[in-house]
Design a binder for this molecule. Sequence first.
Ligand code: SF4
Ligand code: SF4
Length: 249
Amino acid sequence: MAKPTLGVFGLTGCAGDQLVILNCEDELLELTELVDIKDFLMASSGNDTSCQLDVALVDGAVLSQRDEDMLKRIRERSRLLVALGTCAVWGGVASLDRNQDRTRLLEDVYGEMGKKYDSLPARALHEVVNVDLSITGCPIEKDQLISAVASLLQGDPPLYPKYPVCTECRMREYNCLLIERGEICCGPLTVAGCQARCPGLNVPCVGCRGPADDANVESAMNMFGEKGIPREEIAAKLRTFAPAWGVNV
Ligand code: SF4
Ligand code: SF4
């Protein structure tokens, strides 16, 4: 039986999620026995850039017409399209300025040359095409990527946590930086899956994985309020990685 075909693509971003794939050193050989990687520019210059794909993994956000055209072409080629990383799933750091005047931003940075650049406000992939699966993270967690590939090969959707980072933090019995030190920690609102990496190192969570479905936003905001942290400050911090947190300021 022919192996499923796979493509890995990068739109605008740091390409960190593609690097996570290349860093799966212990699993890569096994992976190439199970899937036929047809198109992966970061890994190979000998690609088939027009074949149909069973799965496309797409990293980065849509920040230009070129990105949009490329994403639509990938969508046409692929049976399943997977958004890989916070930029692809939520818009990421580049979406921080998406409500500002683009022409003025370009002019501020590039002067007169700004008018010539193909530059659009950042959009997540689902705002442009239909997305079948989202794997968030900045960058993604290697184990979530491997489990996604394994599940897709079995024909099942992978299951990821919907609960917040606080749950993982409490399970590991880390000290709470918000309650004990009054620091702004975005763990109550951020989706788990990183094993509370930052609080485990005594660093507050900055929300790099984006919003948790199961987060109780109002309860978290009340808790921040009791610590004297204004809503605007929390909202500004959360907007660093994703525009959509459901926090009303
Ligand atoms: S340190 Fe942050 S992630 Fe951990 S329990 Fe406290 S608020 Fe939640
Ligand atoms: S603790 Fe927060 S900032 Fe750190 S990796 Fe996890 S989601 Fe990202």
